[in-house]
Design a protein around this ligand. Structure first.
Ligand code: 2PG
Ligand code: MG
Length: 419
């Protein structure tokens, strides 16, 4: 019998992401199906992420796909994700995908998985998870207000103000709660933020001219109002993205919007106070990416609030192992293009779950209009997905989860913040 999942071709083209930057899109054809996937790009990147593209950029990536990747992958079985991904590592031959580019590898890896799924006529999440009995629909954690590297001067230093609704009966309701907060916050900001033009940052979150804490107050108020109206509990979180305002030479955090600097201890106390005062459910990258010790101290003190590592772990197995050993966090961001392949990301998520950390599937600030991340979140067993609230490329992930809920919702209960 012919195996319909054998790879027949791997083709690449250059497309644009939501920031208008060039990125790579890959199409993989098997005998019985096909898959298409593209790679996103971060702006506040972790220092230890893999290289996105070869030295010659996206053009070299496309050329390499034609000359070295396609000949090696044709004839492999797309059902064997591990082998496809190991082959990508082999072709590259470096520790950080610097020859092929992690984004190139990721687009191929994901397109191949999609091709296998389409050949079998199963959804991508089922293809990747294999065993589907314990899967859940993730809760959406979405940013409604943003600053840092995703917005212009005058916006808060903290990169993302996020909300997540507890006590919802469906994924749809949880997403609607985030949409409602985004809307309500827009109105509040018209009253509170000087010169507010309804401008948004890279991820569709409002980008007002406001101090860090004023912004947190506004988001908390909007969340409270929506909670009351919808009969759910909308909790608030932050992605501090602390590396982006850490001055490694002077060893201080530079709060540009407040025109002040805070030393490491002061900054830590400040974040802890915000966690307690605003009963935050979630804080990502509260400290700069090398400060495992600081993360551990904060995790110890901030009981009840998820402390999540993004730039800290860069979805890397080694970094995550170190974090687990030091008890540096209670959650980890899983961004497949930080490591380059679907298998690497899956392994990181598994390691996290096995060690009691909450894995969170995450978009990048420069995204394409695909919904694959929704499937990865389900397949990786992530109780949370961070993929924004508004903007076509963000809504694409949410809409895909609505489709998954409609078609498979009975078998996939909604996750909770505690799972
Ligand atoms: C983050 C991400 C996504 P970027 O820091 O969590 O929100 O930003 O993709 O720019 O790294
Ligand atoms: Mg982050």
């Amino acid at each position: 019998m012919t195996t319909l999942t054998i790879i027949q071709s791997v083709k690449a083209r250059i497309i644009f992401n939501s920031r208008g930057e060039e990125t790579v899109e890959v199409e993989v054809k098997t005998l019985g199906g096909s898959g298409r996937a593209s790679a996103p790009a971060g702006k506040s990147k972790g220092k230890y992420e893999v290289a996105y593209f070869p030295p010659g950029g996206v053009r070299e990536a496309v050329e390499k796909l034609r000359s070295t990747v396609e000949p090696r992958l044709v004839g492999l079985d797309a059902d064997n994700q591990k082998l496809v991904d190991e082959t990508l590592h082999e072709i590259d031959g470096t520790e950080n995908f610097s020859r092929l580019g992690g984004n190139t590898a990721y687009a191929v890896s994901l397109a191949s998985a999609q091709a296998a799924a389409s050949t079998h006529g199963v959804p991508l999440f089922a293809q990747l998870a294999g065993e589907t009995s314990n899967l859940r629909l993730p809760l959406p954690l979405g940013n409604v207000l943003g600053g840092g590297k995703h917005a212009g001067k005058g916006a808060p230093d903290f990169q993302e103000y996020l909300t997540v609704a507890e006590g919802c009966g469906s994924f749809r309701q949880a997403y609607e709660a985030n949409l409602q907060v985004h809307r309500r916050l827009g109105k509040l900001l018209e009253e509170r933020a000087p010169g507010f033009t309804r401008g948004k940052g890279d991820e569709g979150a409002w980008a007002p001219r406001l101090g860090n804490e004023e912004a947190l107050e506004a988001v908390s108020k909007a969340a409270e109002e929506v909670s009351g109206e919808m009969g759910v509990k909308v909790r608030v979180g932050l992605d501090v993205a602390a590396s982006s305002f850490w001055d490694s030479r002077s060893k201080v955090y530079r709060y540009e919007s407040e025109r002040r600097t805070l030393g490491r201890e002061e900054h830590m106390d400040h974040v802890l106070r915000l966690i307690q005062e605003y009963r935050l459910a979630y804080v990502e990258d509260p400290l700069e990416e090398e400060d495992f010790q600081g993360f551990a101290e904060l995790t110890e003190k901030a009981k009840g609030c998820l402390i999540c590592g993004d730039d800290l772990f860069v979805t890397s197995r080694e970094k995550l192992e170190e974090g687990i050993r030091l008890k540096a966090a209670t959650a980890v961001i899983i961004k497949p293009n930080q490591v380059g392949t679907v298998s690497d990301a899956l392994e990181a998520a598994k390691l996290a779950r096995g060690s009691g950390l909450v894995p969170i599937a995450s978009h990048r600030s420069g995204e394409t209009c695909e919904g694959h991340l929704a499937h990865l979140a389900v397949a990786f067993g992530c109780p949370l997905i961070k993929a924004g609230v508004l903007g076509g490329e963000r809504v694409a992930k949410m809409n895909e989860l609505l489709r998954i809920e409609e078609n498979y919702g009975r078998a996939l209960p909604l996750a909770s913040l505690k799972t």
